[in-house]
Design a protein around this ligand. Structure first.
Ligand code: SF4
Length: 74
């Protein structure tokens, strides 16, 4: 159930890009083994995640979803 004031799902907690179910850390093609954050969502498949990857900073990405098992009420 979403929050009427923020539009966020209260049980999901902060919307950190690092906790997105669509995020995959992969080796960057064409580079010398650098790792990059790729988005596996069908709308962005293969593109870089919009991030940000900063502590305490939530993403504004409208496609964000929590990883399975995270943000679940216990
Ligand atoms: S671009 Fe959006 S949906 Fe894709 S991994 Fe990043 S936060 Fe998740």
């Amino acid at each position: 159930m979403g929050c009427a004031h923020t539009g966020r799902n209260a049980v999901n907690g902060p919307r950190y890009a690092a906790r997105c179910r669509w995020l995959r850390l992969t080796f960057d093609e064409g580079s010398s083994g650098d790792l990059t954050n790729r988005c596996m969502h069908i709308a962005r498949e293969g593109l870089r995640c919009v991030g940000p990857f900063l502590d305490e900073t939530e993403t504004t990405c409208g496609l964000w979803e929590p990883k399975t098992g995270e943000g679940q009420a216990t």
